[in-house]
Design a protein. Structure first.
Length: 155
């Protein structure tokens, strides 16, 4: 009987731990990635102003379409105080740099070779947009850039 009580307590503690783990908010400061020059970029620097994280790959035709449109909108977004980061998933720096050069991409690009950001933000497929508020909290995840993205993150 004593062992059964211990098992119940352990299961209850495990359940509480799992529930707390799955319900906590994801914050930008949870991930550190490399830019294409090998410099570490701590996403905690995104707090204080809204941000858009764009997860993509060079081989994805939908990503190519989205990154071209996002690249055209990027200067205006920056003027409005929105940080935009393109996060390539799992590809070599050579592939990413070649794509950027061939397509004249001016966005700041980070590399997530190990899938750290993908796991943290629970990205399922590409392209994926993650919208962060000024506090660095995720407020929306989408596979397309919503037309009303400004009203979502410029609150």
């Amino acid at each position: 009987m004593h062992n059964l009580r211990k098992i119940k307590i352990c299961l209850l503690v495990l359940l509480i731990f799992l529930l707390l783990g799955f319900t906590r908010a994801v914050y930008a400061n949870d991930v550190i990635l490399n830019d294409l020059n090998g410099k570490l970029v701590n996403l905690s620097g995104l707090t204080g102003k809204p941000a858009i994280l764009f997860f993509w790959t060079t081989w994805c035709p939908y990503c190519r379409k989205e990154i071209k449109a996002l690249n055209q909108m990027y200067p205006g977004m920056e003027k409005e105080g929105i940080t935009v980061l393109a996060i390539d998933i799992g590809e070599s720096d050579f592939m990413i740099k070649r794509f950027i050069k061939d397509n004249l991409v001016s966005l700041k690009v980070l590399s997530d070779k190990e899938g750290l950001a993908v796991d943290k933000y629970e990205v399922m497929g590409v392209p994926t947009y993650i919208f962060l508020d000024k506090a660095g909290r995720v407020i929306l995840q989408s596979h397309v850039l919503p037309q009303d993205y400004k009203s979502l993150i410029l609150k």
